[in-house]
Design a protein around this ligand. Structure first.
Ligand code: PMP
Length: 384
C-alpha cells in the first residue's frame, strides 16, 4: 500500500517515528541495555513492586498449582476460583459491590464504554483522556463531547446544552492524568453527573496504590466511591503486575459479562497473573511506606524544579517538564541519557502541539539523593 510508505517517510522526516528499544532487563529502578544501564524514569512501576519477592513467589506458586494458561475465555472453561477471589478483593478494596477483571486497561476501557453506550447516547470526556477511553467511545457509536482539561465550567456548558438531546449519558475522567500528572476536580464531576443524570466512569490507572490513605486511589482520597458508578483500574502500574478491572454494582458486572466484547472474546488472565495481583493487593496494605515516600519525593522534585525556573506540572508521581519544542525535548532527553537517565520525550500526537515534554515517572526506587543529582543534571543540560 502506497499510503504506508508515505506515512512512515512522513513520520521519519518529522522525527516522530516511533521505534522499539528492547532492554536486556530492568531491576530496582534501573534499565539495562546491551552495554549500558540507566536510572529509569519512564516506567509505571510506581511502588517498585514489579520485582518484589512476594509477588514473584505468588506467581510461581500459582503456576505450579494451576499451570501457565487459563486456556479459554471466562465464559468457556477459563473461569477459575482465583478470578472470583481477586474480583472480591478488588470490590472490597475499591468499596464497590462487585468487580470484573479485564485483560488490560486498554481492553477494560474499550469494553466498558462500548458496551454501556450506543447510538443516541452521549459521552462527555476530558480532552486529555487516554487513547483506550477514546477508542471505547468511538466504538460505542455514542455522540462524543470533549470538555477542556479539568474544566467543569466547560463540561457544564456542554451538559446544559446537549444532555437532553440524548438518551443515556456518561462522563469519563482519569483520576491521575497520565501525561499531565494532575487530578480532576472529582467532587464537581460527581455533582454534575448527578445534576445531569449521567453515570461517571473514572480511570484510576495511575492513582491506584499511590493515593488515598489505604492506597485505594484518588476516589478513596475524595471519599467518593459510593457516588461513582464505575471505578476502573489496572495492575500493570503501581501493582507491579498486569491486567485490569472495573469495580461497580453487581448488575453492571452482570451486564458486562454479557455484553463487553473485550471481556467475552479473549482468553482470561492466566493463574500467574492472578496470583501476582492478589499478592500486590496484600502489599499495598502491608507496605504503605512505599506510597508515602514516593509522594514525598515527588513533591520535593517538583518544588525544586520550580525553584530553578522550570515548568514542572502536576500534583502526583508523574512530573511532566514542559519544553514546548519537540526538538528541544528530544535533545534534552538525549543529553540526559548521556548522564545515565532513561527519560523519553513525549511529543505530538500523544500531547498537544507546542507542549513537548519530558515525562518523569517517579518510583519508590528513586531516592532523594538521586533526585537532587537529577535536578542538577537537568539544569546543566538545559542551561537554565
Ligand atoms: N488508562 C490509562 C489512563 C493509562 O495510562 C493506560 C496505560 N498507559 C491504560 C488505561 C491502559 O492500561 P493497560 O496498560 O493495562 O492496557
Amino acid at each position: 500500500m502506497e499510503r504506508i510508505g508515505k506515512f512512515l517517510r512522513d513520520r521519519e522526516e518529522k522525527r516522530l517515528l516511533r521505534v522499539l528499544r528492547p532492554a536486556r532487563f530492568r531491576k530496582e529502578g534501573k534499565i539495562y541495555f546491551k552495554d549500558k544501564s540507566f536510572i529509569d524514569f519512564s516506567s509505571n512501576d510506581y511502588l517498585g513492586l514489579s520485582g518484589h519477592p512476594k509477588i514473584k513467589e505468588a506467581a510461581e506458586k500459582s503456576i505450579t498449582a494451576l499451570g501457565t494458561s487459563s486456556s479459554a475465555s471466562r465464559l468457556l472453561s477459563g473461569d477459575l476460583n482465583i478470578h472470583h477471589e481477586l474480583e472480591k478483593r478488588i470490590a472490597s478494596f475499591k468499596e464497590k459491590e462487585d468487580a470484573l477483571l479485564f485483560n488490560s486497561g486498554y481492553q477494560a476501557n474499550v469494553g466498558i464504554i462500548s458496551s454501556l453506550l450506543r447510538k443516541g447516547d452521549a459521552v462527555f470526556s476530558d480532552k486529555l483522556n487516554h487513547a483506550s477511553i477514546i477508542d471505547g467511545m468511538l466504538l460505542s457509536g455514542a455522540k462524543i463531547f470533549r470538555f477542556r482539561h479539568n474544566d467543569t465550567e466547560h463540561l457544564e456548558f456542554l451538559l446544559k446544552s446537549q444532555r437532553n438531546n440524548y438518551k443515556d449519558s456518561l462522563i469519563v475522567t482519569e483520576t491521575v492524568f497520565s501525561m499531565e500528572g494532575d487530578k480532576p476536580p472529582l467532587g464537581e464531576l460527581v455533582f454534575l453527573k448527578e445534576k445531569y443524570s449521567s453515570m461517571l466512569l473514572v480511570d484510576e490507572a495511575h492513582a491506584t496504590g499511590v493515593f488515598g490513605e489505604k492506597g485505594k486511589g484518588v476516589v478513596e482520597e475524595a471519599g467518593m466511591a459510593g457516588r461513582i458508578e464505575l471505578i476502573m483500574g489496572t495492575f500493570g502500574k503501581a501493582m507491579g503486575s498486569f491486567g485490569a478491572y472495573v469495580a461497580c454494582s453487581s448488575e453492571l458486572k452482570k451486564y458486562f459479562v454479557n455484553s463487553a466484547r473485550s471481556f467475552i472474546y479473549s482468553t482470561s488472565l492466566p493463574p500467574s497473573i492472578i496470583g501476582a495481583n492478589l499478592a500486590g493487593l496484600d502489599l499495598i496494605e502491608e507496605e504503605p511506606f512505599r506510597r508515602s515516600t514516593l509522594l514525598r519525593n515527588s513533591d520535593y522534585f517538583r518544588q525544586e524544579l520550580g525553584k530553578r525556573g522550570f515548568s514542572a506540572r502536576g500534583t502526583s508521581q508523574i512530573v511532566p517538564l514542559i519544553f514546548g519544542d519537540s526538538e528541544k525535548a528530544a535533545k534534552i532527553s538525549r543529553d540526559l541519557q548521556k548522564e545515565g537517565y532513561w527519560v523519553l520525550p513525549i511529543r505530538p500526537p500523544t500531547i498537544p502541539e507546542g507542549e513537548a515534554r519530558l515525562r518523569f515517572s517517579l518510583t519508590y526506587h528513586h531516592t532523594k539523593d538521586m533526585l537532587e543529582k537529577l535536578i542538577d543534571d537537568i539544569s546543566k543540560v538545559s542551561h537554565v
